[in-house]
Design a binder for this molecule. Structure first.
Ligand code: NAD
Length: 250
């Protein structure tokens, strides 16, 4: 019985890995859910794992409110390095495919955990940035946002009120922005096609979004170079790099 169940599970998982083109005519509401693996091919390193940013830097010193209070300049220097890395990178064909689909299908959304702004540089819009953006700063006292998206170096590090400006990013131990989460949940709950690209499914609450899409009836596809702990919930799993996976699908 155990062996039978194992064989059935393996063969149904293999079935999921069969390549099938998406027939876009069947779907109006589409979500691309992107993570660090989407940007990795553009040359932006992942944060976790071997060779990741957290191998070189301790997040406690660079990516939390405590570190910012303690040494704002050090934290801003660190984020300028991330901005520099991001400016050196270029969108790849996968980014262009998503932008093109957005142009043809008005109800296509990108929900991203990335903070690098590469989707915008590929011409995309309707982007929900769950973890904020490297290209925005905010004044905590005046609750004002500053869009600063030209150079690696920040135009200003302090607000006119005298307070240090904080990168508008969800750092370790921060809560996500409630409005952003609520709109992501709305969009995902209504979508008909959900395509996850290059995300490990380890960071919450984003890790719960594929299940949310699935339980609301969406057809779900995962593109990843590795199987993840939630690969089994998808209707289709494409074990490929983001760019090749998207080329195969569309
Ligand atoms: P993660 O680092 O936890 O997982 C990355 C996933 O991408 C892994 O499952 C890996 O197998 C896969 N992957 C790696 N290269 C790939 C490729 N070429 N094609 C397809 N898949 C590939 O990333 P996460 O799930 O996005 O969560 C990490 C957190 O760190 C997020 O909060 C995110 O905000 C942040 N982050 C952002 C950036 C960025 O803005 N570019 C980069 C690193 C981390």
């Amino acid at each position: 019985m155990g062996l039978f169940f194992y064989i059935v599970s393996i063969s149904s998982f293999k079935k999921k890995m069969i390549k099938t083109k998406v027939d876009l005519k069947k779907f109006s509401k589409i979500v691309f859910f992107t993570g660090a693996g989407m940007s990795a091919e553009s040359g932006i390193p992942t944060y976790r794992g071997k060779g990741g940013v957290w191998d070189e830097y301790k997040w406690e010193d660079y990516a939390c409110q405590y570190a910012f209070k303690n040494n704002p300049e050090k934290v801003l220097d660190f984020h300028e390095k991330r901005r520099k890395e991001s400016l050196k990178s270029k969108p790849h064909i996968g980014h262009n495919i998503i932008t093109d689909i957005q142009k043809r299908k008005r109800e296509t959304w990108i929900i991203t955990q990335n903070i690098d702004g590469i989707h915008q540089r590929a011409g995309a819009n309707r982007i929900c940035e769950l973890h904020g953006s490297l290209w925005r700063l905010r004044c905590e006292s005046e609750q004002k946002l500053f869009f600063d998206n030209k150079d690696a170096v920040y135009q200003a590090r302090k607000c006119s009120c005298g307070l240090w400006l904080r990168p508008d990013i969800i750092w370790f131990q921060d809560e996500l922005n409630k409005k952003v989460v609520s709109s992501a949940v709305d969009i995902i709950s209504q979508c008909e096609l959900f395509i996850s690209v290059g995300t490990s499914g380890k960071v919450w609450p984003a890790a719960g979004y594929p299940k949310l899409a699935k339980s609301n009836g969406a057809y779900c596809i995962e593109i990843n170079t590795e199987e993840t702990s939630i690969s089994h919930i998808y209707d289709q799993f494409i074990k490929k790099r983001a760019s090749q996976g998207l080329v195969d699908l569309f």
